[in-house]
Design a protein around this ligand. Structure first.
Ligand code: EPZ
Length: 428
């Protein structure tokens, strides 16, 4: 299994290209099931999760042509042409769903297009229980008959789905996406109240509109969808990855460097910017990207609480905590989205960090220096927080279980090394 070795203490300078968002790409790919015509997606990142979704869609009958004439040596920004001329199969098997929870995003489109779907329940997850009840109740409201049998969600809507008034009791990105896709082909009007406003949800809605859907309220908490008889092919470029953006912003800050993040947008990370500025990081919008530096002055402790967008993202909590471990003073970090998303804490403490968890909050008391250690983590963002800590630590940090990183960060070691980090991937 691959490991990543970081020798800290090098300020990062230079420029880092930001790819398309993983969490937008996955639902966008699932949306290809909604039409028999070709959906062309560009700016797709080259990640393991994207490959997993491609395998799942291929099983369901989607023909996928990949052409990678992309910048950066053909790695970044791939284009897929996805054609679901006919749905060959309506089952998303356990083996694929357990590898990637986002597989559950085929449920809404399959049901809307084929009138049936059998999708494995994803099961537990390292960061929390993560049920799918909100996905199921939204689809049931639209007339689907849903059964749970042998670990699978079995859903049917032989006469098609009907528009409905759906009020989400809590904000869910995935449930909003499943409901949006299902409603696009339902008979009549659907209103989603307390819908997720994440940029990835808005990106999906924009793509659906390009495919002929009628959607009002994109990016807002109340969204109205007037269902169509059929959708058609379209071309859509995936929104930049705000979590990759934020992660490299913290890499620049924690290393005391000066980095330009290219191909991304400032408006996607405003809540993070506000907290980073409080912490003493300089961050500004430039043409085609963002500049982040901490050439002068120490980091200061700043508080953060995760919330649905436009609040501070849960997917940035671990990385921000890594930054706060070396700030002057204390910081309180509160996680409100997932109940078990502090797995990075014991690993950061092994590197010399001073962090105490009390329920859903962590108190981080900054230390002058971290020291490298062998570490590992059980999810994507926790793993990357250890790389960030390694950039600031003295000595060598070895991050094990690199496959987590490969699910969400494209060529992370190459991007950091190009800015002067001492980092390499070791294959056993
Ligand atoms: C998406 O997951 C992202 N994944 C996650 O990114 C992200 O952390 C999360 O949104 C929150 O922003 C993708 O987009 C593929 P939710 P999702 O439904 O859709 C509860 C990463 O590192 N809930 O918004 O699964 C749930 O347990 C990942 O890239 C229910 O109770 O998240 C959680 O506490 C990890 N019932 C909260 O809602 C449901 O039916 C928010 O989850 C659905 C969710």
């Amino acid at each position: 299994m691959d490991r990543i070795v970081v020798r800290g203490g090098k300020p990062l300078t230079g420029s880092i290209p930001i790819g398309g968002a993983k969490n937008a790409s996955l639902p966008l790919m699932a949306a290809s099931l909604l039409t028999e015509e070709t959906l062309t997606l560009s700016n797709l990142p080259h990640l393991v999760d994207i490959t997993t979704m491609a395998h799942l869609l291929a099983e369901l009958g989607v023909d996928i042509a990949m052409n990678g004439h992309a910048p950066n040596g053909g790695h970044a920004g791939r284009t897929f042409e996805l054609t679901a001329a006919a749905i060959a199969n309506t089952t998303a098997p356990y083996d694929l769903v357990r590898k990637m929870r986002a597989s559950v995003l085929v449920l809404g489109p399959l049901l809307a297009r084929a009138g049936a779907a059998r999708v494995s329940l994803p099961g537990g997850c390292a960061i929390g229980t993560r049920p799918v009840d909100l996905h199921l109740s939204a689809l049931a409201k639209m007339g689907a008959v849903i059964d749970i049998r042998e670990g699978y969600v079995e859903a049917t809507a032989p006469k098609g789905l009907k528009g409905a008034n759906i009020v989400f009791p809590m904000v869910s990105v995935g449930a909003t996406e499943n409901a949006l896709m299902a409603a696009a082909l339902a008979d009549g009007e659907t209103t989603l109240t307390n819908a997720a406003r994440e940029p990835e949800v808005a990106d999906l809605a924009r793509c659906l509109v390009a495919m002929g859907a009628d959607i009002e309220g994109i990016g807002r908490g109340t969204v109205t969808i007037r269902g169509q008889k059929a959708l058609h092919g379209a071309h859509h470029a995936v929104v930049p990855d705000r979590i990759e953006t934020g992660t490299y912003a913290i890499a620049a800050a924690i290393s005391g460097g000066d980095v330009t993040l290219k191909g991304t947008r400032f408006d996607l990370i405003e809540a993070l910017v506000e907290v980073l500025r409080k912490a003493g990081v300089e961050i500004s919008e430039i043409p085609d990207g963002i500049r982040v530096s901490r050439a002068n002055g120490a980091l200061r402790g700043a508080d953060a609480m995760t919330e649905p967008y436009p609040g501070f993202p849960t997917d940035m909590q671990a990385q921000f905590m890594a930054l706060m471990t070396v700030a002057e003073g204390a910081s309180m970090i509160t996680e409100t989205i997932f109940e078990n998303r502090f797995m990075h804490v014991p690993e950061l403490c092994r590197m010399g960090a001073n962090v105490n968890v009390h329920g859903s909050s962590a108190i981080v008391r900054g230390v002058p220096k971290l020291s490298g250690a062998p570490v590992m983590a059980t999810d994507l963002r926790a793993s990357v927080s250890l790389i960030l800590a390694g950039l600031a630590a003295s000595g060598e940090t070895v991050i094990n279980r690199v496959y987590h990183l490969d699910r969400g960060y494209e060529r992370i070691e190459e991007k950091l090394a190009a800015c002067g980090a001492d980092i390499e991937r070791l294959s056993d």
